[in-house]
Every structure is written in C-alpha cells, then in structure tokens.
Ligand binder design. Sequence first.
Ligand code: GLN
Length: 530
Amino acid sequence: MANTKYIFVTGGVVSSLGKGIVAASLGKLLQARGFKVTIQKFDPYINIDPGTLNPYEHGECFVTTDGHETDLDLGHYERFLNVPTTAVNNITTGRIYQNVIDSERRGDFLGKTVQVVPHITDEIKRNIQILGNRDFDFIITEIGGTVGDIESLPYIESVRQLRWELGRNCLCVHLTYVPYIAAAKEVKTKPTQHSVKTLQEQGILPNILVLRTEQKLSEKICHKVALFCNVDEEAVIQSYDVPSIYEVPLILARQGMDRIALRKMGVPVKGKLQLDEWKGFLNNMKTAHKSVKIGLVGKYVELPDAYKSINESLLQAATYHHRKLDLRLIHSEKITDENIAELLKDLDGVLVAPGFGQRGIEGKFIALRYAREKDMPTFGVCLGMQCMVIEFARNILGLPDANSAEMDPLSNNKVIDLMEAQKHLTNFGGTMRLGEYDCELLPGSLAEKAYGKRTVRERHRHRYEFNEMYRSRFESCGMKCTGVNPQTGLVEVVEIPALKWYLGTQYHPEYNSTVAKPNPLFMSFIEHCI
Ligand code: GLN
C-alpha cells in the first residue's frame, strides 16, 4: 500500500480489559487479508522500560529480539502475528521525556520554552510513526492506561493531532466495559457512554467501539450504545468472554471488524480471510480430550501474568500434540522435603521458572532433586536452569555450599557467577545479557534433536552465567553442556543424557514461541511428558 495506515486502540472504564488481545486480534485479521502489520504499545509510566518493574506491577517482562525489555502485550503481538518486535514497538513516557530532555540539553530547541504541547506530543507522534512507510501497511498502536487518566493525556492529544494530519489513513478503536449487574439482572452501558464522552471531550470520536462483556449483548444494547456514543451501529463490536484468547480474532471476524476498519480507512476489501491454520489450531484445542499435566514451579504462582509466555508456550505445544494443558502452579516457597512427593504426584513433567533473588529458591532445589531422582521430564528456564546446575553441584558433585553469586556472593563454590564484564556495573536497568544470541548445539543432544539444527538463536534476560571453571567436573559426573554460545563460549544449555528429558536453558525459549511456530524445545518437552 502506498501510505501506511495507523490504527489506535484506546481503553476506557477499567484496565485489564484485554486491549492487547483486541489489538493483536485485529492485527491478525488484517494479516489474514494479506496486509503487513505491526503492533506497538505506548505505556504512560515514567520508567524507561518495564525491565526494572516487579512482576507484581505489570506481570511478565517480555524481551524483544534486539534485547529490549518490554510490556507483556508485545508477547501477545508476536504470538498472534508471528512477527518479531523490536525496541521501537514499546515506548514509555520515561523514554519520551528522556529524549526531549536530552534534546533540550543539547540546545536543539534554540532557546524556546520546552512544553508538553508541542514538544512532548511531537516526540510521541514521531515515535508512533517511526515504523511507518517502511515495511508495514498497518501500524496498530495500543495506548496503555485508561482514557481519563492524567498520564494518558499527552498520548490522547497526540492521537487527536495525528487524526487531523492523517485523515482517512487513521482509525480509532475504543475498548470499553459493559458490566452485568446481577442484582438488577441488567447490563449497563453508562460506563461506556461516560468513557466515550471523556474521549470526545479530548477531541477524539472513536470509529469503532469494542464492548468487553461477560455474556453476549442483545442488538438493543448495541443500538443504544451506537446512538448515545455517535458510532455507526455496525461498528459497535462485542468481545464477550471465550475459553481461549486465540478465539478472539474469530469473534471479531464474525462481526466484520476487519472489513469495517478497512472501509473506514478507504481500503478496498478484497479476497477472503486466510485463517485456516489458525482455525486448525483452535480446533485441535477444542477437540483434545486427553490432558498433559505440567507442574510450574515458581514464586509468582498467584499472579497469572507473571509467567505469561511460558504458559502460552506450554499451551501451544500441548495443542499441537492434541492435548489439553493441565497446568498446576506450585509455589516454590511452600515446597518442603516432606511434601514434594505429594505436590509432584500425577504430574507428567515439571518446569522450573525463571526469576530473580533468593525467595523460593530452596523449594526449587527440592523439586529439581526429586524430579531428577524420579526421572521426570524436567525443563529449567533461566533461573530454573541455574537451579538445575546448583542442585546437581550440591547433591552429585558433593559441593554442599554450591550456589549462584546472586544468592550467596560469599559461597566458595559459585557454580553460577557474574561475568567479568558485568562486575563493574552499578545500574540495574538494561545491564543484563539481553536479546538474541547464537547458540551451537551438540550433535545428538536432546536440544539438537528438538530443533533439528546445529545453530539456533534465542533471547536472553539474565545477569549470571554457568561458571566455566566447573564445566569438566559437571560433564564427568553426567551433566553435559549441550549448547554453547560460539562467540563467547558461555554455556546456554545443560542436559543429563542419562535421564529421559532433563534440560535447562540459560535463554528464554518462551519468548520465541508463537501459534504459527511453537518453540521446538517446548514441543519436545511436551512430547516426552506425554
Ligand atoms: N536471576 C538470574 C540471573 O540474573 C536469572 C534471571 C532469569 O531467570 N531471567 O542470571
């Protein structure tokens, strides 16, 4: 297409309605019509990126191929579109202000007063359009937060200006909530009306409204919303609760959301939606009767978003193997030598989660020792892999004080240690080994068989590494280093070949698993669990 078109997705009433899923689903539909689509997220907080945020704040931190720590919605974008994202796909208020302040210090503003409008809004507009007129027909921009928040104002104002400047090349989708009041046995549209009114006061008339609701809404309700919100009736779309987020594109397609969006932007609607593979995946999910039971050992089990990409990777792999995923969350802090057999009984496999810090770490060692001794399929990811190494050192190499420098800097046996180059760093943000690196796999190893090739690239997010000094001792006792970074020699994968499937990766294969292309290690793990 000659001009890139911009679609903005805003949200109202409450947060956590699934703006990211709606953005990803609309993107999926446009992609299924043959268009090139990318999705980006603008987050209104001051942090430069979510890398330093506790998972209790915003759930998982997703990492792009180029090593940028981003919001977990970027994971949804990749899982839906199967197109990798980069640093420009996630911008925060912190980055916007940092850029403007750096310019001011350089004297770029030539003595002018630097203000939110136009300087901050100009910087937001520049960032929104960075990917424009490159490879993409559509750029979908999700604006984080809720309309009416003070911190969202500069973003809404930027969208208002862009609509003015881009005319029909621009479309606004607003997502709101229609609650059901049980006592009155009624759904209520007033919050939606108020939210649209707030958006209108800020100069934006939404072209499409998406109503999040628990149950399907009647035509009467949609008619009422259209009338009171100044939106075409056909452009009032509902997104009701469904068992899987991967069904959302189909719900939106049934209501013609992609066609309506294209028409409103003056793009001819041609051809058919190519969603056969997507539907095949969903069909597999619906028709799977047997399940595969996986225990996820981590310290954030009460937070459904903390291990989002791992959960989705397991689900994708299970679905490809025509199994339902029965995921049991096991709180690592609650694990003891006495209860571990009970906690892991009946499970087909165990995954030990990534993480930072000491909390819950001893429970991970207990779980790993049990899984190793019972020869259960076991997958360790990042900290999970480091725990595999430490547990093996303590119980097999006979080094009871073995630890990671992160947990015990004074240990005499730091089998997981800081790289020399990291030791002088004092900043926390962006100072880890981040993003994609090559990994060379040992022929005949589980990893090499799973990927079906010798060299792979996977994404990282960690500070500590397998300590090379201990490598020969590990290998002679049965834990092999089967994946190594060819440039630096850093150990990326460990396995115990004597066991059925006992494998840990220093990298995060879950960032690289999509509906179209599930990650081979998750596929192999689930296959062995079955
Ligand atoms: N805390 C560990 C490190 O920094 C592991 C990080 C992770 O699991 N992402 O190396």
